[in-house]
Design a protein around this ligand. Structure first.
Ligand SMILES: C[S@@+](CC[C@H](N)C(=O)[O-])C[C@H]1O[C@@H](n2cnc3c(N)ncnc32)[C@H](O)[C@@H]1O
Length: 374
């Protein structure tokens, strides 16, 4: 495959974290970036997209737009999908899955749209070679994503394969764990940077401190997994060389920064999981079992970032709010950041936050409150 051509890519991110992803991709020297709803567009060589897969902590998927056409009815959709040369990615020994997202147009049913596109791909390959690839919804070699808005279709192929948030270390989790990529976005949005001491006083399975430690240790988030693009038919010698170069660059430019990262939780069982997750990730985190009300004041400048329990999945009560307000007051010269779907948390704890940012944890609209404690 020619790896030097410029191509249109889109890295997806949780809603409300697009700006954080844009800043991260800029630091990774990915060219032509533009934040949009749900992610960041960029234009570059295949190597840039591989770099985003390997080193972005915030992106959830990296998609390559391979076609765009009018699709006002099922035949136009089928013909447009069939005009793409799918043999670049697929042959009869490989598997595919198609998902679709449809809004404001003649065709309304995403399942039907995905089926038509799948038929076009499979028919094309059968006509070419006499055999067809199978569908595998769980673990396909090629994942095709279709977006149809106002009868205009975009077809994208997914470089990630499994979502980028699945780093592989978090095989154990307590209740309501944060996605790894969302935890990384929260850290960046909080203003945390490697070198700054970090504490999560309600760390659950440890996602926030583990992500902070891996960032400080300069461990590439995708260093321990395989990506979708490695299974494509066009992952040939030239693509392999680009991929090797990106992996080498990640090693060459890694600059670990000594950082004190800690996590605590009152639940000993969940802490056991957090320790096991940190061990699997080789993340250097100090864990303690304690209620946050019993934690000592932290060193000035410590960044305290946490994801408190909330009624949708866990419960909080008045006493908890009072304890949290006292805890805030004691953390002199620290910044305290909490992500919560409870918009009234700031009012309930009775201390006005210095900053507030809206972002989504899955479908759940949340606030990221930041308090600069004096
Ligand atoms: C939403 S979970 C955190 C999930 C975590 N971010 C993760 O990714 O796994 C909230 C955590 O707060 C802990 N918690 C609740 N009240 C606490 C308290 N007073 N002191 C310490 N931990 C507390 C719970 O045990 C639970 O593990």
């Amino acid at each position: 495959m020619t790896t030097r051509d410029e191509r249109p890519f889109f890295a997806t991110a949780a809603k409300g974290t697009e700006g954080a992803l844009r800043d991260e991709l800029r630091e990774l020297r990915v060219p032509k970036i533009r934040a949009d709803r749900g992610g960041v567009h960029f234009g570059g060589e295949l190597g840039h997209a591989m770099r985003a897969c390997l080193r972005s902590r915030i992106a959830m998927r990296v998609l390559w737009r391979v076609a765009e056409f009018d699709a006002g009815d099922p035949d136009a959709l089928y013909d447009g999908a069939k005009s793409v040369d799918w043999s670049r990615w697929l042959d009869a020994t490989r598997t595919l899955a198609v998902s679709a997202n449809v809004k404001h147009g003649q065709m309304r049913h995403s399942g039907f749209v995905a089926q038509r596109i799948k038929d076009a791909v499979v028919d094309q390959l059968r006509e070419q070679s006499g055999t067809r690839p199978d569908v595998d919804r769980e673990d396909p070699d090629l994942r095709i994503v279709a977006h149809i808005a106002r009868d205009r279709a975009s077809l994208l192929v997914d470089l990630a394969g499994m979502p980028l948030s699945r780093r592989g270390y978090r095989t154990e989790a307590g209740q309501a764990p944060l996605r790894e990529s969302l935890a990384a976005a929260i850290l960046r949005l909080s203003g945390y940077r490697p070198g700054q001491a970090l504490l999560d006083p309600m760390c659950g399975s440890g996602t926030l401190p583990i992500e902070a430690a891996l960032w400080a240790q300069a461990v590439p988030p995708g260093g321990n997994r395989r990506f979708g693009f490695e299974r494509w038919r066009c992952f040939d010698d030239s693509a392999v060389a680009s991929w090797e170069l990106e992996r080498q660059r990640a090693r060459d430019f890694a600059e670990p920064v000594a950082t004190r990262v800690s996590g605590s939780d009152r639940d000993a069982q969940v802490l056991k999981m957090a320790r096991a997750n940190a061990d699997r990730a080789a993340a250097r985190v100090d864990f303690t079992c304690a209620a946050f009300a019993d934690l000592p004041a932290q060193a000035p400048g410590t960044m305290i970032v946490t994801n408190p329990p909330y009624g949708v999945r866990l419960t909080t009560d008045e006493r908890w709010n009072r304890d949290f307000a006292r805890f805030l007051g004691r953390m002199r010269a620290c910044t305290v950041v909490a992500i919560t779907p409870n918009r009234s948390l700031a009012r309930e704890v009775d201390i006005a936050p210095a900053r507030e940012h809206t972002l989504f944890n899955g479908d759940l609209e949340c606030r990221l409150f930041s308090w600069d404690v004096r």
